[in-house]
Write a protein that binds this ligand. Structure first.
Ligand code: ADE
Ligand code: ZN
Length: 328
């Protein structure tokens, strides 16, 4: 058996970002939207840099217009997850794209997504949970609306709040109100930091938003005191090496700090972020990591135990996933 066949936990997957290009082209055809500018000659998503990636991402997302569209998307994504041996996944879902931040509309989208997820749990064996996602470059006011959607639907399925978007805009602390609201509603917290922002952005995330996990966080490696802090407080990083390589943070997996962070005692996990955008899958991530660092079964099992511990689900779900993880 190869490491790529191991059961996997994925903590960082954007629902819209996981939409296969064929799926988006199909919807664009049905809705008569011209999206030809966002694809390359091979039919994949085309972008030149991080900000352009976010623009292409939002253009693709513009054809996801109804709860039914999101239900179909959820099904398509969970089929991919299951094919990659993923048994548990946490998906970032933005109320901005699901009803424009209106709570009543959000409930309808969420209901459709959850229904598709429940069906996939039964027939594909993959468990999904949702993390409500404010988009940073949409600003703090829209983030508050997303946090209200999160607070109103917090429970055993919506388990967290996690900000994405352009880390170059403003400061983490600008979004403290939204994160405070989510924390008070009992939600777990994460935010993208230390991806296109440096170590200071990660310091801000743990100081000003008091997050339990960090999306990416890899640029913490540039500040030894921060690495020590993350290790001491056991703050888990949702690392997505393939995403970082395609977006130009590191030239290849060998140069990625995943191994150095792990060796320094920081809890690290591995996810795909937006798999079709980065031409990756969970199997490919494991394969590339195994090739780059010589990691073997036990390294990946430990990685999954770290992810299980940091998962935002309730304890009953954690116990259930733990049993599946241990099944030979
Ligand atoms: N939204 C989707 N993918 C993202 C990424 N890698 N960074 C920030 N926001 C995102
Ligand atoms: Zn992300």
């Amino acid at each position: 058996m190869s490491v790529t066949d191991l059961p996997k936990i994925e903590l960082h997957l954007h629902l819209e970002g996981a939409a296969p290009p064929d799926f988006i082209r199909q919807l664009a055809g049905e809705k008569k939207v011209d999206l030809s500018g966002i694809f390359d000659a091979d039919g994949g998503y085309a972008f030149d840099n991080f900000v352009h990636f976010l623009q292409v991402y939002e253009a693709a997302t513009s054809v996801l217009q109804t709860p039914e569209d999101f239900a179909r998307l959820t099904r398509a994504i969970l089929e991919q997850s299951a094919a990659n041996g993923v048994i548990y996944t946490e998906a970032f879902i933005s109320p901005d794209f699901c009803g424009g931040g209106d709570v009543a509309a959000w409930r309808e989208y969420l209901h459709a997504i959850q229904e598709a997820a429940t069906r996939a749990e039964t027939d594909l064996g993959v468990v999904m949970r949702g993390i409500v996602t404010p988009v940073r470059h949409f600003g703090p006011d829209k983030a508050k609306r997303s946090a209200l959607c999160a607070a109103e639907t917090a429970g055993d399925w919506i388990v967290g709040l996690g900000m994405g978007g352009d880390e170059g805009q403003g400061h983490q602390g600008d979004f403290a109100y939204a994160f405070d609201m989510a924390r008070e509603a009992g939600l777990h917290l994460t935010t993208h930091a230390g991806e296109f922002g440096g170590p200071e952005s990660v310091w801000e995330a743990i100081r000003d938003l008091k997050v339990e996990r960090i999306g990416h966080g890899v640029r913490a490696i540039e500040d030894p005191a921060l690495v020590q802090e993350l290790a001491a407080r056991q703050i888990t990083l949702e690392c997505c090496p393939g995403s970082n390589v395609v977006l130009g943070l590191y030239p290849d997996f060998e140069a990625h700090p995943l191994r150095a962070l792990r060796d320094a005692g920081v809890p690290v996990t591995v996810s795909t972020d937006d798999p079709p955008f980065f031409h990756t899958t969970m199997r490919r991530e494991y394969d590339m990591i195994a090739q780059a660092y010589g990691w073997e079964d036990d390294d990946f099992r430990a990685l999954n135990q770290t992810a299980l511990k940091a998962a935002f689900c309730d304890e009953a779900t954690r116990t259930r996933i733990s049993k599946t993880l241990e099944t030979p």
